[in-house]
Design a protein. Structure first.
Length: 259
C-alpha cells in the first residue's frame, strides 16, 4: 500500500452519466491486482474528511483509471476535478480476485458499473469465458466493446429491455448454467448486494465456486474502523470480516447473509 500525490491526466464523460478519471500513479498502478481498490481524497470537499473508495478499472506502470457515477456528495464534488489538478491517493487496497481454477470456465457477472471492477480480471485470466452484464437501461451497460476486445462472450440484460434480454442478469445466467451440466465453471461477480447474494446462492446450490466483490461503505479503507464488516462463517458459527482488508472479494461459501 502506498500514499501517492497524483496528478489528474484525464477526466471526461465515459458514457451517459458515467465518468472516467485517469490519474498518474507510478507508485500504485504497477501494484494493482484485479479486484483491488483505491481510496481517493476528493479536493474541495470541506465538509467530509473521509476518503472515497473506488474499484480500479484499468492500471499500468504509470497510471490508473476509475469509472464512477455522481450519486452523492463525494462523487458530485468529483465532477469539478480538472486535468492537471493534484489529488491524494491511497492504494492499492484489499484482497482481490484469484486466478481461475485449472480447467474451469470463467464467468464474469456484473450489475451496473460493477464491470469496472472486473476489467482487470478479464484481462488477466488466461482463459476467456462468458461475461453477463445487467443494468436498469441501455445507458447503464458499460464496456461491452472493451470486454469483447479481450475475447469475452458478453451477454447483456436490462430491466426495461432497452438492450439485450429483458430481465435481471440472473435471468440470462440461469439458462446458461443449466446448459453446462456438470461442466467446471467458476464465477466472479461485482454489483449490488442483492445480485451478489443471488449469484452466491446459485453457486452453492450447484456446487460451484463463486468469488464475490462485496459492496460496503469503507470509511478508513485499511481495516481500522470496522464500518465495513460482514459476517463470515467459521467452523463454530461466524466472525466479523472487514471488506476493506479481508475482502472486498470473498468466496460465496464464506458469507453469512443477513436475511
Amino acid at each position: 500500500m502506498n500514499q501517492e500525490k497524483t496528478t489528474v491526466l484525464e477526466h471526461r464523460i465515459f458514457q451517459g452519466e458515467y465518468r472516467l478519471l485517469k490519474l498518474s500513479a507510478p507508485a500504485i498502478g504497477p501494484l494493482v491486482q484485479p479486484g483491488q481498490f483505491v481510496h481517493l481524497k476528493i479536493p474541495r470537499l470541506k465538509n467530509a474528511v473521509l476518503r472515497r473508495p473506488f474499484s480500479v478499472f484499468k492500471a499500468d506502470a504509470e497510471s490508473l483509471s476509475i469509472l464512477y457515477k455522481a450519486v452523492g456528495q463525494g462523487t458530485e464534488a468529483m465532477r469539478d476535478i480538472a486535468p492537471g489538478e493534484p489529488v491524494d491517493l491511497l492504494g492499492p487496497l484489499g484482497t482481490g480476485f484469484p486466478m481461475v481454477g485449472q480447467d474451469n470456465i470463467p464467468v464474469l457477472i456484473a450489475g451496473g458499473y460493477g464491470n469496472a471492477a472486473l476489467y482487470l480480471q478479464a484481462a488477466a485470466l488466461p482463459v476467456k469465458g462468458v461475461a453477463f452484464f445487467g443494468g436498469r437501461t441501455a445507458a447503464d451497460i458499460l464496456c461491452v466493446e472493451e470486454f469483447e476486445a479481450l475475447g469475452w462472450d458478453v451477454r447483456v440484460t436490462t430491466d426495461d429491455g432497452s438492450l439485450g434480454t429483458q430481465g435481471l442478469v440472473t435471468d440470462a445466467l440461469d439458462p446458461w448454467l443449466a446448459e453446462q451440466g456438470a461442466g467446471a465453471v467458476e464465477l466472479f461477480a461485482c454489483g449490488p448486494n442483492a445480485m451478489l447474494k443471488a449469484v452466491g446462492d446459485r453457486a452453492i446450490e450447484k456446487g460451484l465456486t463463486a468469488w464475490l466483490s462485496m459492496d460496503r461503505n469503507m470509511a478508513c479503507g485499511v481495516g481500522a474502523c470496522l464500518t465495513c464488516v460482514i459476517k463470515r462463517k467459521t467452523e463454530t458459527g461466524w466472525e466479523w470480516a472487514r471488506c476493506c482488508k479481508d475482502g472486498p472479494v470473498f468466496n460465496a461459501e464464506e458469507i453469512l447473509w443477513d436475511e
